[in-house]
Ligand binder design. Structure first.
Ligand code: AMP
Ligand code: MG
Length: 343
């Protein structure tokens, strides 16, 4: 090759490399955008998705995908919809093995593990007792002891038989009814977070009715994702909590309760009796996944302060913030919960 030709080729290549490097730096330095969906009805409550993304187009795709994911889970796991996979399972799995989708099977397996972990305080077979509670929510009349006894006979996580090999479910007692109200929102949050990560988000937060998970980069200039813990007795923020790649869930009776003869009854039930849990008015759990935080917050609501704290203390990566009905001004915390609190 002649020296002149070589020189021209070399400068051309050098020029191209320089351009590529400049373009790369420019796109790396572009400030990410933050988009928030606002609150929309999902799974019987309100959901919000916030995304930090390289550009607006990606942010919008992420938000759309997150809501599609939540809708899919709702379609499969909503016990109030007679056409859902869950309702069909409750109708058809008595005395025979019924096949279910991988997502539903995963949630049923996790549910049974949380039942064992909590000594039966968390139990998705609570459906027949929940049906009585919903009747009281409508009529204001408490269920009779006979009705409660009849419902109790159809409750018990060990009566839901899961076959890991065939991924099938069998219900051992006629009239059993599964209710994923205490865990499905958390599961949907986890899947929605995974979906927006895959669609190119740099960070994000998904909130379905107080079941929240965040990952990655928070909106600038914040260093952490910040969540407000609501005061159960007023529409004010009790504590601000910082989260990074972590989840939080709050269970409580301050939003959903039935009333009978002037007394409030929580929608969280003790599966052993069918009675409403009443010792704790607010239970917040911090945990790596939203599903874990969701299930544990329901479990601890049933277990009460002493047993609930003991359970959370026994778990390496979970923390709890509790408020009792007796002393609503006091926030009870597990040992490392303070690491998450801002004020
Ligand atoms: P959460 O708001 O996550 O605490 O879930 C409460 C919902 O879970 C209720 O509305 C019921 O649908 C269902 N549920 C009630 N009691 C229990 C329980 N002991 N274990 C599992 N789910 C429950
Ligand atoms: Mg829950």
């Amino acid at each position: 090759m002649k020296k002149r030709t070589f020189e021209i080729l070399f400068s051309l290549l050098f020029g191209l490399a320089l351009l590529a490097a400049l373009w790369q730096t420019a796109s790396r330095n572009r400030t990410p955008v933050t988009e928030s969906s606002g609150f929309h009805p999902v799974m019987g409550t309100l959901a919000q998705v916030t995304v930090v993304a390289p550009d607006q187009r990606i942010a919008q795709i992420c938000i759309k995908t997150a809501f599609e994911t939540m809708a899919q889970i709702n379609q499969s796991m909503n016990d109030r919809d007679p056409k859902s996979e869950l309702s069909e399972l409750s109708r058809t799995a008595f005395g025979k093995e019924a096949p279910v989708s991988p997502d539903l099977f995963a949630v049923l397996c996790a549910s049974q593990e949380y039942s064992r972990l909590s000594g039966g305080a968390f139990d998705i077979t609570v459906g027949p007792e929940v049906a009585l509670w919903r009747q009281m929510e409508k009529t204001g009349i408490r269920p009779t002891p006979e009705q409660l006894e009849d419902a109790r006979a159809k409750v018990g996580y060990e009566k839901m038989i899961l076959n890991l090999q065939s991924q099938t479910v069998q219900l051992a007692k006629e009239g059993m009814k599964l209710d994923l109200g205490g865990i499905a929102k958390g599961f949907a949050v986890d899947l929605a977070i995974e979906a927006i990560r895959q669609k190119g988000a740099l960070g994000g937060m998904v909130d379905i009715g107080g079941n929240i998970r965040c990952f990655g980069r928070p909106p600038a200039p914040a260093k952490d994702w910040i969540i407000g813990l609501q005061n159960p007795q007023a529409e004010t923020v009790l504590k601000r909590i910082k989260l990074n790649d972590f989840s939080i869930a709050t269970s409580g009776d301050y939003r959903r309760y039935a009333e009978s003869e002037g007394k409030k009854y929580s929608h969280i039930l003790n599966p052993a009796t069918g009675d409403s849990a009443n010792e704790l008015i607010s239970v917040t759990i911090l945990a790596p996944t939203a599903m874990e935080a969701d299930a544990l917050s329901t479990a601890v609501s049933v277990m009460g302060k002493q047993r609930g704290l003991a359970l959370i203390d026994s778990l390496d990566e979970a923390e709890a913030l509790l408020i009792t009905a007796d002393r609503p001004d006091e926030l009870i915390q597990t040992s490392r919960a303070a690491d998450f609190l801002i004020d």
